[in-house]
Write a protein that binds this ligand. Structure first.
Ligand code: PEP
Length: 257
């Protein structure tokens, strides 16, 4: 089964909409046009940038995909400061990150909330990128798989095999995010494999083999090739390195070999 890899740039709370336009233009200019036959690339800017990025991508017919970093699960209501999935759908957003460890740790996002968001995002025709990952203490206590597989089971509860087959899981060890420390390719492969096998147990072979599993945590141009060469790693969720178009373009190119 060949899965088209997905590289996603999570800009977090960085780059205003003017900077976003310049960054996207430069990134697209630096990438060979035929690379998009081999790999999908999504950009996840802050909410205030999305309309500008979407307009640029649509008007210049760029091959990049528009993404978001977060959303609520309801279509409307008294949720001050939140953004509904239906608003993102109207902006041609294709991928929405759900349950990033920063949302879980800083803003109290629970497994139950993640599960509701996955359903809402799919209901609006977009693809959730479901994040999971262990803390350093959990890793050292030998609890990595228990934590990660528990998060994935909770996120996917109630989803059909067809719905699970088209979503994306991002395995992001929390101790590796923004720290410059990366899981070894063997360790990252081992957890991504365990995720796929748990999904196989919950669903069937076709679903598990179709699921795209990203690795995230200090992925750079220098380590992308080794990580992306692992059989169960189908792309990367990239924070810091996605803010610099030169570095991100190199990372994407090294990811396809
Ligand atoms: C992330 O934003 O999810 C991430 C993995 O960040 P970084 O690549 O900077 O570690």
């Amino acid at each position: 089964m060949t899965r088209k890899p997905l590289i996603s740039g999570n800009w977090k709370m960085n780059l205003n909409h003017f900077e976003a336009i310049q960054t996207v233009q430069k990134l697209h200019y630096l990438l060979p046009k035929d690379i998009f036959e081999q790999i999908d690339v999504s950009i996840h800017p802050p909410f205030t940038d999305i309309r500008s990025v979407q307009t640029l991508i649509d008007s210049e017919d760029l091959d990049l995909r528009v993404g978001a970093q977060h959303c609520h699960w309801e279509d409307s209501g008294a949720f001050t400061g939140e953004v509904a999935p239906v608003f993102l759908e109207k902006l041609n957003v294709e991928y929405v990150v759900v349950g990033h460890s920063e949302r879980r740790e800083i803003f109290g996002e629970t497994d139950e909330m993640v599960n509701k968001k996955v359903a809402a995002i799919q209901q609006h025709g977009m693809t959730p990128i479901v994040c999971c990952g262990e803390t350093l203490a959990e890793r050292e206590a030998g609890e990595t798989e228990t934590k990660v597989l528990g998060q994935i089971e909770a996120a996917l509860a109630g989803r059909s095999n067809e719905q699970i087959a088209v979503l994306v899981v991002a395995y992001e060890p929390i101790w590796a995010i923004g720290t410059g420390q990366t899981a070894t390719a063997d360790d990252a492969q081992s957890v991504c494999h365990a995720i796929r096998e748990r999904v196989r147990d919950l669903t069937d072979d076709a679903t598990a083999d179709a699921l795209r599993v990203q690795y995230g945590g200090s992925v750079k141009a220098g380590n992308a090739a080794e990580l992306m060469g692992q059989p169960d790693i189908d792309g990367a969720l990239v924070g810091g390195a996605s803010l610099d178009p030169d570095e991100f373009a190199r990372l994407i190119q090294f990811s396809v070999g």
